[in-house]
Design a protein around this ligand. Structure first.
Ligand code: GRG
Length: 288
């Protein structure tokens, strides 16, 4: 199977699992709002990364699905809340109206909260022998020292002077944390030894940093139709971005350097890491 075919296979498996999630007890409208954002496309990068890391460590693919689904639920929650009028005030996401545009702000906030808590519920109910450790990796990445830290610094520093150290901290929290956790959690689920989990952590960090630097570049130069969202907002809102600090050409070089370091970090896995290597390299050329 080619890497592209592998990605499509992971994605299809994950989509089927997400679609079948019962969300037991949720009032119909809440379930509808949760499903609207969970099942409306997206690259499924975080979930697929977890399935790939679990495979790399020789884990049981079926048993890893609740954790891959949880990552996609946490990611969907973060996007719903990020799009709210109090945050980025976006009306378009993945080419469709944002959650609050369709369901109103109150239900959008609740749908985000529900996706986050349901992610924890699904992982905690998985019965996986490594559930606690994997859940810890994922929830720490989403939490106060991870994605929430990055998002807080991002919101608080709109209009601030370019400061590369601060942007590094924002990108690490906002984006790299939730791209690192799938790799470490996937390896933990597979029972990989600590040194390999740490190699995966280094890979995930560099992949995540490159992914966000490329995201900054796409906001300046991307195609809104392919990205499925309004572009040019970083400059409009005075966001601290990588190209705002170092310029477009250097930002591209820095993204490449991160990918090279990420690929180097995969060395202990040898040839078995071909999928993760290809995925990292494709990040540099992504258009959506
Ligand atoms: C509101 C708690 C809270 C956090 C928000 C994720 C996030 C933090 C903000 C969304 C805006 C943004 C640019 C985030 C950086 C991460 C990122 C590039 C998200 C988009 O991820 P993709 O490209 O999206 O994987 P798809 O649609 O493919 O799933």
């Amino acid at each position: 199977m080619s890497e592209k075919e592998m990605l499509n296979a992971y994605k299809a498996r994950l989509e089927t699992y997400l679609d079948a999630l019962p969300m037991t007890g949720a009032p119909d409208k809440l379930r509808e709002a949760m499903r609207y954002s969970l099942l409306n496309g997206g690259k499924r990068l975080r979930g697929c990364l977890l399935l790939a890391a679990n495979d790399l460590g020789g884990g049981d693919a079926e048993a890893a699905l609740p954790f891959a689904a949880a990552l996609e639920m946490i990611h969907a929650y973060s996007l719903i809340h990020d799009d709210l009028p109090a945050m980025d005030n976006d009306t378009l996401r993945r080419g469709k109206p944002t959650n609050h545009v369709v369901y109103g702000e109150a239900l959008a906030i609740l749908a985000g909260d529900a996706l986050l808590t349901h992610a924890v519920e699904v992982m905690a109910s998985s019965g996986h022998p490594q559930a606690f450790a994997a859940l810890g990796e994922i929830i720490r990445a989403a939490g106060v020292g991870g994605m929430l830290a990055g998002q807080t610094l991002d919101v608080m520093n709109e209009g601030a002077e370019p400061d590369i150290a601060l942007v590094q901290e924002i990108h690490q929290g906002k984006t790299a944390a939730l791209l690192t956790a799938p790799v470490t959690a996937g390896l933990i689920l597979a029972g990989a030894e600590k040194a390999l989990v740490e190699a995966g952590r280094s890979y995930g960090y560099h992949l995540g940093m490159a992914f966000q630097i490329v995201d900054d570049l796409l906001d300046l130069e991307g195609d809104p139709a392919l990205m499925g969202k309004t572009l040019g907002k970083d400059v409009e809102e005075g966001k601290l971005t990588w190209p705002a600090c170092v310029g477009v050409a250097q930002a591209r070089r820095d993204a490449e350097a991160h990918i090279n370091q990420g690929v180097e970090a995969l060395a202990p896995f040898g040839e078995k890491a071909a999928f993760l290597r290809a995925l990292a390299l494709s990040t540099l050329h992504r258009v959506q």
